[in-house]
Write a protein that binds this ligand. Structure first.
Ligand code: GDD
Ligand code: MG
Length: 346
């Protein structure tokens, strides 16, 4: 039976300070813990056996998903005390793997059809298939160069910017035959991106790329996390069977409040007169006082925004306090329990 193996053991360093109290795999995206989107995506391909590979703050994650029964899947977990790298993590789970496996980075939001990728993999009789995506700015990703038939010629993880040649990057989703496990040394830290794939390409193994057709976005940095949030609330990221809106903004249909159709607000938010909310997500129990403006931003639960504050393209963690008339400039990221004083500019 085909299983999915989700790599969710990284520290998520680029999302600090947001991930100090909540590990990256369960940061709220459109008010839903991120991994739910991945589980839903995997389930849509008919795969119900999921292995989560954890290392950083594992209990917070296992507490949410348990054995997976509630969500129609079987969840199993592996823990590494010290992270062993992406390939080392799979090797450590070797006894749970018995067949073709779908391996996914735990920070990828996508609606691509995994069944198409599996069919492609089978058709090519590939040992490994790497899903690729085209991005505007390929720096900071794994670069994949392939022959016209899709066979990987070269895999280069995060090359220096002046060596970035193409725009086709590793999307962080792989279909692997069990034989790939034999290529991973039993001990030490091993990376698919730095060790296993480059070596397979070099020796001419049957390693192929399959270009994504659909939405693809990773959530690994604040900027990307915001993009992924916009992908969901705009409907660009397709989620059949998922409520398009976690909560429609009808609850706040007061004439003096302006909330656009994209924004998602938890039902327990308090929104006062004169507030304007545009293309944003507000978590449970946020309180927005008179005349505040929130635009292109994500605000986690329990945060209070005082009167006439202006927030643009920012991410605000849980239980923060943004003072009266304060202004958050685009790109601001505030961790849980941050305070911004009245009339200040951040
Ligand atoms: N269990 C475990 N152990 N998981 C790990 C480890 C580990 O030692 N190291 C990383 N992970 C998990 C992370 O939690 C994340 O979900 C995934 O593996 C990828 O690690 P990132 O740290 O997010 O890598 P990246 O974003 O810099 O680059 C990766 O993703 C890009 C696409 O977003 C690479 O796969 C690139 O090649 C790719 O282009
Ligand atoms: Mg990442």
């Amino acid at each position: 039976m085909i299983k999915a193996f989700i790599l969710a053991g990284g520290k998520g360093a680029r999302l600090r300070p947001l991930v100090l109290h909540v590990p990256k795999p369960i940061v709220p995206l459109a008010n839903i813990p991120f991994l739910f989107f991945q589980i839903d995506h995997i389930k849509r391909a008919g795969i119900t056996e999921i292995i989560l590979s954890l290392s950083y703050q594992p209990r917070k994650i296992t507490d949410i998903f348990g054995d997976g029964m509630k969500y129609g899947v079987t969840m199993r977990y592996t823990h590494e005390d010290l992270p062993r790298g992406t390939a080392g993590a799979l090797k450590a789970a070797e006894n749970l793997i018995d067949d073709t496996t779908v391996v996914l980075n735990g920070d990828i939001l996508t609606d691509i059809d995994l069944r198409d990728v599996l069919a492609f993999h089978k058709e090519r009789k590939a040992e490994a298939t790497i899903v690729t995506a085209r991005v505007m700015n390929p720096a900071g990703y794994g670069l994949v160069e392939a022959a016209p038939d899709g066979r990987v010629i070269r895999f280069t993880e995060k090359p220096p910017e002046d060596e970035v040649t193409g725009d086709t990057i590793n999307a962080g989703i792989y279909i692997l035959e069990r034989s790939v496990l034999d290529r991973i040394p039993a001990e030490g830290t091993q990376s698919f991106e730095r060790d296993i794939f480059p070596a397979m390409a070099q020796e001419g193994a049957r390693i192929y790329t399959c270009l994504t057709q659909g939405y693809w976005q990773d959530i690994g940095s604040p900027q990307k996390y915001l993009e992924a949030s916009f992908g969901i609330i705009s409907g660009r990221m397709k989620m059949p069977g998922y409520p398009q809106k976690a909560c429609p903004p009808n609850n706040w249909k007061k004439p003096e409040v302006s909330i656009d159709a994209f924004s998602i607000l938890d039902g327990k938010c308090v929104i006062k007169a004169g507030v304007a909310i545009e293309n944003s997500v507000l978590g449970e129990g946020c309180r927005i006082e008179e005349g505040a403006l929130i635009k292109d931003s994500v605000i986690w639960s329990g945060t209070r925004i005082m009167a006439n504050a202006r927030i643009e393209r920012s991410i605000i963690g849980r239980l923060c306090h943004i003072g009266e008339g304060a202004r958050l400039r685009p790109g601001t990221v505030l961790g849980d329990k941050s305070t911004v004083s009245d009339f200040s500019i951040v």
